[in-house]
Design a protein around this ligand. Structure first.
Ligand SMILES: Nc1ncnc2c1ncn2[C@@H]1O[C@H](COP(=O)(O)OP(=O)(O)OP(=O)(O)O)[C@@H](O)[C@H]1O
Ligand SMILES: [Mg+2]
Length: 219
């Protein structure tokens, strides 16, 4: 907890589940008493808009993470860093060495959602190579930088599911043991509730959440 404060669920791929996973993890940690901020730095403002709609519908939530939309990540971190135990940075999909990729230098760790299938894994590989360069910059400054992968939208009984170890080796990163299945219910998860609210998917998502906390040393 002391070490990993700023996390980004990020990738090169649109619609890979970055924002959904971010909102879910942030709220789950918040419910356990952590002080959590989601910095929505994606121009689409997916998380901020969703939250706004939920607040209109349900009122200001009691136990939900703080959500802040910004294009100036550095300033917000400067001003608010000490107010939170964990800060999630929701970034747009990243295709090159642009500003969004630069934002990775703020992160202690990134979690990259990967869909199985060769073309996806190959582009994840390119992205992770760029992310590692950012990690090098951090290390030169004396900070850690962890990269984890997560299989999102996993479907049972696909032959390619067995390729995951080869991919992990190729990407030279640790891939979470627990994959996130492709579940229609997950599409409904907002920024106030958590998949544990949905009895139909609670179990499958719980194991992933536990692994997340363990790998990020969040107690
Ligand atoms: N495992 C899953 N099963 C089913 N639906 C999912 C899963 N993961 C994400 N989704 C859904 O897929 C859609 C796209 O996810 P999300 O907006 O989180 O992707 P994103 O990577 O943030 O996209 P963008 O690149 O546009 O920011 C959302 O409706 C989300 O709820
Ligand atoms: Mg998003």
């Amino acid at each position: 907890m002391e070490d990993i404060r700023i996390i980004s669920v990020c990738s090169q791929k649109g619609g890979s589940g970055k924002s959904a996973i971010t909102a879910w993890l942030a709220n789950s940690l918040c419910r356990e008493g952590k002080r959590v901020l989601v910095l929505d730095a994606d121009g689409q403002r997916t998380i901020a808009k969703l939250r706004g709609r939920e607040v209109d519908r349900l009122g200001e939530p009691e136990k939900a993470c703080e959500v802040m939309a910004t294009d100036d990540v550095a300033t917000v971190l400067d001003e608010r860093y000490e107010d939170f135990d964990v800060i999630f940075l929701d970034l747009p999909r990243m295709t090159g060495p642009d500003e969004a990729v630069m934002a990775l230098t703020f992160c202690d760790s990134i979690l990259v959602p990967i869909r199985l299938g060769d073309s996806d894994v190959l582009s994840a590989f390119e992205f992770i190579k760029a992310a590692k360069k950012m990690g090098d910059i951090r290390r030169e400054r004396g900070f850690d930088f962890n990269i984890f992968g997560v299989q999102n939208f996993r479907q049972p009984n696909l032959r390619e599911n067995n390729d995951i170890n080869r991919y992990a080796e190729m990407l030279d990163i640790t891939i979470f043991d627990n994959a996130l299945p492709n579940r229609a219910d997950f599409m409904r998860v907002g920024t106030i509730d958590c998949p544990s609210d949905y009895s139909s998917i609670a179990e499958v998502y719980k194991a992933f959440y536990q692994e997340f906390k363990q790998r990020y040393q969040i107690t």
